[in-house]
Every structure is written in C-alpha cells, then in structure tokens.
Design a protein around this ligand. Structure first.
Ligand code: SAM
Length: 285
C-alpha cells in the first residue's frame, strides 16, 4: 500500500472516521523520499531491531520493517490500531504496542522484543514531547546504539549546538553526555499532512558514552545542569545558590579550582568544563 499517496491516505482515514489530533502532534509524512532516508540513516538493517515511537498510519514503520529484522512501535492513539492492521498487513515483523512512550517500560520492551538483536531507535517524534522523550531514552540507559529522529528545526539546532555556546541548552548537554549528535537533513513543512507551521530536521545521536560519572556524580551533574540552565541569564553562582541552595562561596571555589571566572554563566561552559566543575562542587558537599 502506498502510504505517501495523499488520495490513499485520505481514503483510509475517512473510512475509519479518523481526525488528526493536534495535541498528540499528529503530522504524517507524505513525501515518499523521506522515510527510506530516515530508515537507511537510522541503522534499519539486518541484525537490528528498531524501536519506533509514534506510528501514525505506519509510513515510516513500513520502511523500517523492509530493512530491519524487526520493528516494535509504541503508539498512544488507540484509534490508529485498526488502521495499522490494514496498512501494515503485508508485514510479519512489526509489533505495535498501544502505550504512552513516557510511561512504557522501555528496558523491558527491548529485552522482550529484541533478544539477540542490536537495537536502534527511529521516529518522527511528536513535537510536544521532543526533549522529554530524548532524555528518557538516554537516561533509561537502554541497550541502544543510535537514536535517529525527526524534530522541529529549532529543536534540532538546540540539540546539535556546541556546548559552551549561547545556542546550547540543558538538552544539548544531556545529549552530549551520552552520545555524539549530528543533523542529517532538513525537511520543510510541506512534506506533512496536515502541514505544521514549522520546518523540521532529522538528527542522529550515536550513543558512545564518552563521559562516565558514577551514579551519584551523574545525578548531581544533571541537577547542576538543569538548575544552571533554568536561570541561564544569571551567573552559575547565583543560579545554583537559588535553585539548589549551594553556598556561593562553594561555587566560587569550584569555579576557581578549574580556572573559571566567578561570574561565568552556564551556557559558556563546555562539556569538559561542566563535568570538572560539577565534580569539584560535589566533593565539597
Ligand atoms: N511516524 C508517523 C509519520 O512519520 O507519519 C507519525 C508521526 S507523528 C509526528 C507522531 C506520532 O506519535 C502520532 O502517531 C501520535 O499519535 C504519536 N504519539 C504522540 N504522543 C505519543 C506518546 N506519548 N506515546 C506514543 N506515541 C505518541
């Protein structure tokens, strides 16, 4: 079935009485060139199980299933299940799990679904939860090799920014802590049905865990990062003292220990500086 043919898609959706939910970020891909490109860049190949988030009518799911050993997709919208039964009927290597990705036990799903396979995540993410989904995938320490996702262009810019620059944010640091991120290609708004009012981009995060703190260190690091960026216009000392109740003198000492100015803002610290500063501060607690 051609799931990028607008006539075919409209016919199936109207037969099932389906109306798009804006709240669930339902913008489906209708350009036939995009899903094969996401699949090919996203490790959808022999030996791999692919975890997809948000199937829509299955346009990306089908391209993943053509290339990978198995696809397990998590979709929250129950109304899509009968549609998927129809649109994906030719495949025997797809399983759809009707759950909220923010609540699903992803480690358990991967263990049960992908025994003996290498695993990667591919998705055209619902935009209203882009950062929480990406952080959940990373923080859950899943045995995954890569995350290849379509996100809003502005989110892609934030995700792919260099740490230590104004363009970076807490999500930039989070992603860089666990992996290496890069933008693959842009996708303009006209490639979706219905068309959103923003453009998109596909990014890939290769999980390589270059930085390894122990469990407490990691927790403390992320609390520092979140507190710092939640008041990014303030100095690190002011932000951390008001958000985490850490004395300014302690912050100054940890900054000085690492050759950093007492008036520095969090956005100008790169990964190495952030990690060293966080570890110095933790030792003083
Ligand atoms: N993959 C399809 C495509 O590219 O055409 C659909 C992508 S659409 C941007 C996002 C999909 O995620 C929708 O099918 C939506 O119902 C689903 N979704 C939204 N929130 C979700 C959640 N919390 N958990 C799982 N799926 C969700």
């Amino acid at each position: 079935m051609n799931l990028t043919n607008i006539g075919t898609v409209k016919e199936i959706l109207s037969r099932h009485g389906f109306s798009f939910s804006k709240g669930l970020g339902q913008n489906f891909i209708i350009n036939p060139e995009i899903c094969p490109k996401i699949a090919e860049n996203g490790n959808a190949r022999k030996g791999f199980g692919i975890l997809e988030i948000g199937t829509g009518i299955g346009v990306l799911t089908a391209e993943l299933a053509k290339r990978a050993e198995k696809v397990t997709a998590i979709e929250i919208d129950t109304r899509l299940l009968p549609i998927l039964d129809e649109t994906l009927s030719e495949f025997d290597n797809i399983k759809v799990i009707n759950q909220d990705v923010m609540k699903a036990d992803l480690n358990k799903i991967i263990k049960e679904e992908f025994d003996g396979l290498r695993v990667a995540v591919c998705a055209n993410l619902p935009y209203y939860i882009t950062s929480p989904v990406i952080m959940r995938l990373l923080e859950s320490r899943l045995p995954i090799e890569s995350i290849t996702v379509m996100v809003q262009k502005e989110a892609a810019q934030r995700l792919c920014a260099e740490t230590g620059t104004r363009e970076s944010g807490a999500i930039t640091v989070g992603v860089n802590y666990y992996g290496t991120v890069k933008q693959l290609f842009s996708v303009s708004r006209g490639n979706f049905m219905p068309s959103p009012n923003v453009d998109s981009a596909v990014i890939r995060i290769d999980i390589d865990r270059r930085y390894r703190l122990d469990e407490d260190g990691e927790k403390f690091f992320f609390s520092v990062v979140k507190a710092g960026f939640s008041q990014r216009r303030k100095t690190v000392a002011n932000a951390l003292s008001s958000q985490l109740g850490i004395g300014k003198e302690q912050v100054y000492t940890a900054l000085t220990e690492n050759g950093l100015s007492e008036t520095v803002r969090i956005e100008s610290l790169n990964m190495e500086q952030l990690i060293k500063f966080s570890e110095s501060l933790r030792r003083m607690k």
